[in-house]
Structures are given as C-alpha cells and as structure tokens.
Design a protein around this ligand. Structure first.
Ligand code: NAD
Length: 475
C-alpha cells in the first residue's frame, strides 16, 4: 500500500502547497521519509475558524437521527477501510499492525455507541407552582478546538471527533504532525458518510502557533487536549483567558499494586504485554510496580524473563510484538531516565539500550529497587520500561500509589475482597483495574484526576462534556 499524499482539510477542501511551510513525516521503524505535510499559516487558521462557525450553525440544527446516521455510516466505512487505516497508522507510529487494527475497532465501537447516545440527551422539567414552567436543557457547547497526540494515531482523532459531532458541535482538529494521514483517514470516513464539510476540519502546523491562534479566537468555545501535563497546563491557561470549557487528558504514572495473595504467573501473563503495548507510549501504561515482599523476587525475575523474550521489529511484519518508539525524542528520554535511575542505585535486569541501526527501537527494559528521587519515579517515562519496587504493608503500598501528583490509571492485583473495597475508595485515579487491565470501553468514562487532567472522553460523560446546561424558568 502506498502512503497517501498529505494535506489539510478546510471547508471540505484538500489544502496543500502554495508556499506553505512543511513537516517531514517519518517512518519510525526505518527512519525513512514518508511524506511532506503542509503546515497552516494564519490565513488557513482564520478560514478554518470562519468555516467552523458556519459548521456549528448548521450542525446545532441537526436531528439526532442525522447525527446517528453519520456516526454509523462512518463506523461502517472505517470497518471497510480497516486494513488501509491500520497500515498507515503503523507506518506513521510504528506499533504492531494488530494494535492499529484494534484502534479502528475502538473508533467503530465509540461511533456506534454515540450513534445511540444522541437519542439520550435528555433535559428535565422541574416541579413548580401551577402557571410556572422550569426546564433544564442541554445544548452543544459550540466550536471545539481539539488537539490529539501521536500515540493512538487513529483512536485519538476518533475520540476528538466522535463526541463533539454527536453533541451537535463543530470541530477543528489538530492531530499530531507525526501521524497526519491516520487522522485524515478517520475524518474522511465522517465526510464520506455525509457529515457537512463545514462541521469538521483538520489543520496541522507548529503546535504552539496553532493553539495560540485558535484559543485566542472567541469563535472557539471548548478546548479538548490529550498530551503531556506540561503542555496541558499551558493550554488550560490560554483557554482561561476566554473562559473556554476544557477537557484535559494528560499524563499518568500508572501504579500497579501486586499483593502477596495472587497467582504471580497469571499477573505477569497479563501485565507484561500490557506494559509493552505500543512500546509503553500509552498514558494508562502500567509503570510503577509496587510489589509485596513475599512475591517480589518471583515477580521481578518473571517480568524480566518475559520482557527479554518479546519479539521487536517493524510493526508491519508478522509476529512483531513491540515496534519502535514513535520519534527520536523517546529513546533519548529512555537513555536519560534509565541512566539517571542506575546512577541513583537502581538495578537493570534487561534492556536499557537501543536496538538496531535504523529507526527508534528500544529494548524492553526492567529496573528494580529504584530510588524515589530518580527522575523516572517522578516523571512519566512514556516508554518500554517497568519499575519494580518492594513494599511490606498495604498502607505503604497505597501511600506509594498516591505519592505523585498524577492520577490517571491504576491497577491492583489481590483476591482479598475487603482490600479491593479499600483500594476502590483510597487509590487516587480516574480509572482503576482490579485483577484486570481492561479499564476502558466506548461506554466507560476515560479521564484522570489531579495533574492527569479533568473531564472525560467516551461514555455518556464524554458526550456531556460537549454540552452546556441551561435552566429556563417561565412564569
Ligand atoms: P509534547 O508534550 O511536546 O507533545 C505532546 C502532544 O501535544 C503532541 O501531540 C504535540 O503535538 C502536542 N503539543 C505540544 N505542544 C503543543 C501546543 N503548544 N499546543 C498544542 N499542542 C501541542 O511531547 P511529545 O514529545 O510529543 O511527547 C512527550 C510526552 O507527551 C510524553 O512523555 C507524554 O507524557 C506526553 N504524551 C501523552 C499522551 C497521552 O496520551 N496523554 C500522548 C502523547 C504524549
């Protein structure tokens, strides 16, 4: 399959060339240039804003039936185009093809879920004295500026587009410049399914320029961002100047509490593939393994054995279990953080080095006995490294889980039902998997607490995040 020609989509038009600045899109498995992406100038962004304003006028009038038909049609097209979409995502991001195919299915599930949910945007009538009528209603928030990162090249744009379109909003999507064809592929399915061209557009550019330009405009009423906490805080401040609504899906540092009443092999068989999924470049990736004394040795040894047996390679090749990292910044960060941890006394059991001469491959890595002062124990590593430390008491384990300002995903393994209840109450996270890594789904709110952000995507909560509430009192 050929890698497609790149462009933006503004007012339904494929925009490129014209002396615009460009960005080279690179295949992270080979280091080869895939294509040249045009970057928006100020005039492009102004045109996108005006078009989105018109798009909102059109789409706020749409019926739930129209919105459902577009979402279901786009879901059908994504399924028909699954193989092409998946291959493009793997070429751009590096993940194994099987993982890219799952991203398509995630979008299909989400769009179909929202196709049903559009019929359940209910208001309510309040009880008032005779002659008075009070109504609470939900209306689409308006134009949404959505910024999606590269780690789920198809799934992130799907989330950024699905909920606003279901709610009756219009969207300007700026997906990551590293993975543009995947985002364009998702948007094209919506347009081909009958979405009016003004309702959703895709721009690319210098991220700080685009976000400053869009967030300075009063046309935009909501910011939806997925990415690092540092950038999220910066964008939330820009949004605050105009009191725009925000959904912020930011970084995490997933704690995994492993108590001594578990079947260690079963935990490892589940957690090791989950750790190295997408080379660890997942915001809900399990990161800090907080392991109780009695099972610590077996857990650490078994983890390193399984990690070192993983087959690394080009995601397009059969049998690849872990692809490259998505861009050169990631292996650099791995070398720095793992080096710092070792210098501060940690033991490296496997990995800790780059692999091959081409692309951005990094070996699956396992560290143990890591000082809490090490950078890697405090900053999101966003890479293929597991951090395993030993603890004695339940209290100390929960304290470690909650030590950081992040609170996105957490995991716990224990058979004790009283302890499970305590974990449900006391672990500070937006999502918690107990004896499971399945922490999401189209119908389930996805989001964090503390520095991991606020608001949700997916589920009814993701739709509500694109609606504003109005109370009308008639005398
Ligand atoms: P980054 O923080 O520079 O960028 C993260 C994402 O935000 C990218 O998609 C980027 O295009 C976008 N971005 C950056 N500056 C922006 C701005 N001013 N306005 C709008 N968008 C902007 O870092 P990176 O090197 O791409 O990724 C590194 C870190 O980002 C990781 O360590 C991880 O913490 C975080 N990250 C998180 C997620 C997630 O799913 N939550 C995804 C990708 C990256």
């Amino acid at each position: 399959m050929e890698y497609p020609a790149l462009h933006m989509i503004i007012d339904g038009e494929k925009v490129s060339g014209g002396g615009r600045r460009t960005f080279d899109v690179v295949n992270p498995a080979t280091g080869e240039r895939l294509g040249e992406l045009p970057l928006a100038d100020a005039a492009d962004l102004d045109r996108a804003l005006e078009t989105a304003r018109e798009g909102f006028r059109i789409w706020r009038e749409s019926t739930p039936q129209q919105r459902a038909a577009v979402l279901q049609g786009a879901a059908r097209l994504m399924l028909e185009r699954q193989e092409d979409l998946a291959r493009v995502a793997t070429m751009e991001e590096g993940k194994p093809l099987a993982e890219s195919r799952i991203e398509v299915l995630m979008n299909v599930g989400l769009f179909n879920f929202y196709a049903g949910e559009v019929f359940r945007i209910y208001g309510r009538a309040l009880v008032r004295p005779t002659g008075m009528r009070s109504t609470v209603m939900h209306q689409p928030v308006g134009v949404v500026a959505a910024f999606a990162p590269w780690n789920f090249p198809l799934g992130n744009p799907g989330r950024k587009l699905g909920a606003p379109i279901a709610a009756g909003c219009s969207v300007i999507l700026k997906s990551a410049e590293e993975t543009p064809a995947s985002a364009l592929g998702v948007l094209q399915c919506l347009l081909d399914a009958g979405l009016p061209k003004q309702v959703a557009q895709a721009v690319f550019g210098v991220p700080d320029e685009v976000s400053r330009h869009l967030l300075a405009s009063p046309i935009v009423r909501k910011l939806s961002f997925t990415g690092s906490t540092v950038v999220g805080k910066h964008l939330a401040k820009l949004a605050a100047d105009d009191m725009k609504r925000t959904t912020m899906e930011l970084g995490g540092h997933g704690p995994v509490l492993v108590f001594d009443d578990v079947d260690v092999d079963r935990v490892l068989d589940t957690m090791v593939p989950h750790k190295y999924r997408n080379a660890g470049q997942v915001c809900v990736s399990p990161t800090r393994f907080i392991v109780q004394d009695a099972v610590f040795e077996k857990f650490r040894t078994g983890f390193a054995e399984r990690a070192s047996a993983l087959k690394i390679g080009n995601g397009l090749e059969d049998g690849t279990q872990m692809g490259p990292m998505a861009n050169p910044r990631r292996p650099e960060a791995m070398d720095r953080m793992i080096g710092d941890a070792i210098a501060k006394g940690a033991t490296l059991h496997t990995g800790g080095k780059r692999v091959g001469n081409a692309g951005y491959f990094y070996a699956p890595s396992v560290l143990s006995d890591i000082s809490l002062d090490a950078e890697i124990m405090n900053e999101e590593p966003f890479g293929p490294v597991a951090l395993i430390n030993r603890f004695t008491s339940e209290d100390a384990m929960i304290e470690e889980a909650n030590r950081l300002p992040y609170g996105l995903a957490a995991y716990a393994w224990t058979q004790d039902s009283k302890r499970q209840q305590r974990l449900m109450r006391d672990v500070e996270s937006g999502m918690l998997g107990i004896n499971s890594t399945m922490i999401g789904g189209a119908d389930s709110p996805f989001g964090g607490v503390k520095w991991s952000g606020h608001g949700h995507e997916d589920g009814p909560e993701g739709l509500m995040a694109c609606l504003v509430t109005k109370a009308v009192h008639e005398g």
